[in-house]
Design a protein around this ligand. Structure first.
Ligand code: NAP
Ligand code: MG
Length: 480
C-alpha cells in the first residue's frame, strides 16, 4: 500500500445521518503514478507473480481469515460509509470471505493445457501467466464486496493491483490494503488510491504501466473506459448497468414470486446492478400479483441502517437521491400509475438529516423511461404481458442484459424462456443469488468479461504457448 503525499483530505459522509465520519486523503496525479509504479515494480520483481501458487493460495486464504475475524468492524464501517442496512452488510461480509476462499483454491488450479503434438517432433503446451498490473475501479453500492470480486482473483492469479474505490465509500478498501499486508502480501502488490475528483480513474485507465482495467460502474463511464483503454491496448473487463426483468407466469408459485419480487428491488435500497427493476406479469394473474406485492411491500422496514431490524437503509449519494426523485417525477409526467411510495421517506432522531426513499412501485407502459432506464433506487415498474412470446420480447427489449428471473412451475417453459433471454444470469424460481463459483456479468451494454467463477482466472491471465522441439535431428529450415 502506498501512502499519499498529498496534504489535502476530503470529508467522508454517513448518508444516513449527514455526519462526517472520516477525513480521506485526496490523492494527486503523483500519488496515482507512485501507486502504479509500486505495482509495476512489485510485479516485475517477481516476488508475488512468480511465487509458488500454493504459497500465494495460503496468503489469499489468510486474507479470508482476517476478514472473517474483523467482519463486525468492517460491516459497521461499510454501513456508516454507504448507508446500507446492517442486515445487508452482514450478508456481504460472508460473501466476501467466501470469495477470498474460493480464489485461494483457484490459485493452484489456473491450469494450462497440453495440445496433441502438432508434429511428431514437437511438444506444445500453454501456461497461464498473470496479466500484470491491474487497475481495479469500483462503485459505491457494494464497496468491499465488489473490491473483493476483483482483488481476490487478481491476487490469486499473481497480478499486482491498484484499487480505486468510489470517493464516497473508500474506507473498507483502505482496510483491505492493511489486511493484505498483514496476511503476507508483499509491499507494492495491493495499492489503494482515494480521491474525490473524476480524474483518478481516468489517469489509471490512461497509465501506460497498467496492463488491465477491471471496471464496475455505469454503462456511460464504461464506454469511456473502453475508449481510453484502447489507446494502450489494455485488457478490459466491464461490469455495467442493468434493467433486469422478473417474468412471472400464471403457473408460478405466486407467494414465492411476490416475496422475491419485493426482495429483488428493495434489497440494498435498489442500488444493485442486478436489481429486478422491471416485473413482467402475465395478464391473467396481474391484478392479484400487484395487489399482493403492494400489500406485502408496505411491511418492508425502511429505517436506521444500524438497527438490525432495518431492511432498507439510506440512499448513498445526494446525486443518486436526486436521480431517484427526478425519475419519480418523470414517471408522473409519463402517466405512470403510482402503486406505492414515490416520495422521500422521512425519518426522525439521528436519521432526520439522512437521505431515505420510500419503497416505490409503478405501473408503466413498457416504453416509458422509468420502465427502460436504470434508476438505481427502490423503484420498480410493473408491465403486464399476454403470453410467452410477448414476455420474451419485452424482457429482451432493453439495451442491458445483466440478469433476469423466470417464475413458472412448468420446467419446460421456464427453461425455454431462460434460453431465449439475452442475459448473463437467469434465475429460475429463486430470488437472485450470487455465488463465488458462478460467473457473473452482462450481455449487451451490461458489459463484457465475467467476474467470479473459474473463467475469471483466465481474465487475470495471459496464455503463453510453449513449443519444444524433441526430435533427434535439429531443424534447419533454410538448409544453410
Ligand atoms: P460510475 O459513476 O460509472 O463510477 C464507477 C467508478 O468509476 C467510480 O469509482 C468512479 O469514480 C470511476 N470513474 C468515473 N469516471 C471515470 C473515468 N473517466 N475513468 C475511469 N473511472 C472513472 O458508477 P456509479 O454511479 O459509482 O455506480 C453505479 C453504476 O454501477 C450503476 O450503473 C450500476 O448498475 C453499476 N454497477 C454494476 C455492477 C455489475 O457488476 N455489473 C455492480 C455494481 C454497480 P468517481 O466517483 O470518482 O467518478
Ligand atoms: Mg461515505
Amino acid at each position: 500500500m502506498t501512502a499519499t503525499q498529498s496534504a489535502s483530505t476530503y470529508d467522508d459522509i454517513n448518508p444516513a445521518t449527514g455526519e462526517v465520519i472520516a477525513q480521506v486523503p485526496e490523492s494527486t496525479h503523483d500519488d496515482l503514478d507512485r501507486a502504479v509504479r509500486a505495482a509495476r515494480t512489485a510485479f516485475d520483481g517477481g516476488k508475488w507473480s512468480q511465487m509458488a501458487a500454493s504459497r500465494r493460495a495460503k496468503i489469499v486464504n489468510k486474507m479470508a481469515q482476517l476478514i472473517a475475524e474483523r467482519a463486525n468492524d468492517l460491516m459497521l464501517m461499510e454501513v456508516r460509509d454507504n448507508g446500507k442496512a446492517i442486515s445487508t452488510a452482514k450478508g456481504e461480509m460472508g460473501a466476501i470471505v467466501d470469495c477470498f476462499e474460493f480464489y485461494a483454491g483457484a490459485a493452484t488450479k489456473n491450469y494450462g493445457e497440453t495440445m496433441p503434438p502438432p508434429l511428431p517432433t514437437y511438444l506444445a503446451n500453454t501456461v497461464r501467466e498473470p496479466v500484470g498490473v491491474v487497475g481495479a475501479i469500483i462503485p459505491w453500492n457494494f464497496p468491499l464486496l465488489l473490491a473483493s470480486w476483483k482483488v481476490a482473483p487478481a491476487l490469486a492469479a499473481g497480478c499486482t493491483v491498484v484499487l480505486k474505490p468510489a470517493p464516497s465509500t473508500p474506507l473498507t478498501a483502505l482496510e483491505l490494503g492493511k489486511i493484505a499486508l498483514e496476511a503476507g502480501v508483499p509491499e507494492g502488490v495491493l495499492n489503494v488510491v482515494t480521491g474525490s475528483g473524476r480524474d483518478l480513474g481516468q489517469w489509471l485507465v490512461e497509465h501506460p504501466l497498467v496492463d488491465k482495467i477491471a471496471f464496475t460502474g455505469s454503462t456511460a463511464t464504461g464506454k469511456l473506459v473502453a475508449k481510453t483503454a484502447a489507446e494502450t491496448i489494455k485488457r478490459v473487463t466491464l461490469e455495467l448497468g442493468g434493467k433486469s426483468p422478473s417474468i412471472v407466469f400464471d403457473d408460478a408459485n405466486l407467494d414465492a414470486a411476490v416475496a422475491a419480487a419485493i426482495y429483488g428491488i428493495y434489497y440494498n435500497a435498489g442500488q444493485a446492478c442486478e436489481a429486478r427493476s422491471r416485473v413482467l406479469v402475465q395478464k391473467s394473474i396481474y391484478d392479484r400479483f400487484v395487489a399482493s406485492f403492494v400489500e406485502r411491500a408496505r411491511n418492508v422496514r425502511v429505517g436506521d441502517p444500524e438497527d438490525p431490524q432495518t431492511q432498507v437503509g439510506a440512499i448513498t449519494l445526494p446525486e443518486q437521491f436526486e436521480k431517484i426523485r427526478s425519475y419519480c417525477e418523470i414517471g408522473a409526467s409519463e402517466g405512470a400509475r403510482v402503486l406505492l411510495g414515490g416520495e422521500r421517506a422521512k425519518l426522525d432522531g439521528r436519521n432526520a438529516g439522512g437521505m431515505f426513499w420510500s419503497v416505490t412501485a409503478y405501473e408503466a407502459a413498457p416504453d416509458a423511461r422509468i420502465a427502460r432506464e436504470e434508476i438505481f433506487g427502490p423503484v420498480v415498474t410493473f408491465v403486464p404481458f399476454a403470453d410467452e412470446a410477448e414476455a420474451i420480447a419485452l424482457a429482451n427489449a432493453s439495451e442491458y442484459g445483466l440478469s433476469a428471473s423466470v417464475w413458472s412451475e412448468n420446467i419446460g417453459r421456464a427453461n425455454r424462456v431462460a434460453r431465449a433471454l439475452r442475459s448473463g444470469t437467469v434465475a429460475i424460481n429463486t430470488p437472485y443469488a450470487v455465488f463465488p463459483g458462478v460467473p457473473f456479468g452482462g450481455y449487451k451494454q451490461s458489459g463484457y468479461g465475467r467476474e467470479l467463477g473459474m473463467e475469471t482466472m483466465k481474465l487475470y491471465s495471459e496464455t503463453k504457448s510453449v513449443l519444444t522441439f524433441i526430435g533427434e535431428k535439429p531443424m534447419n529450415p533454410f538448409g544453410v
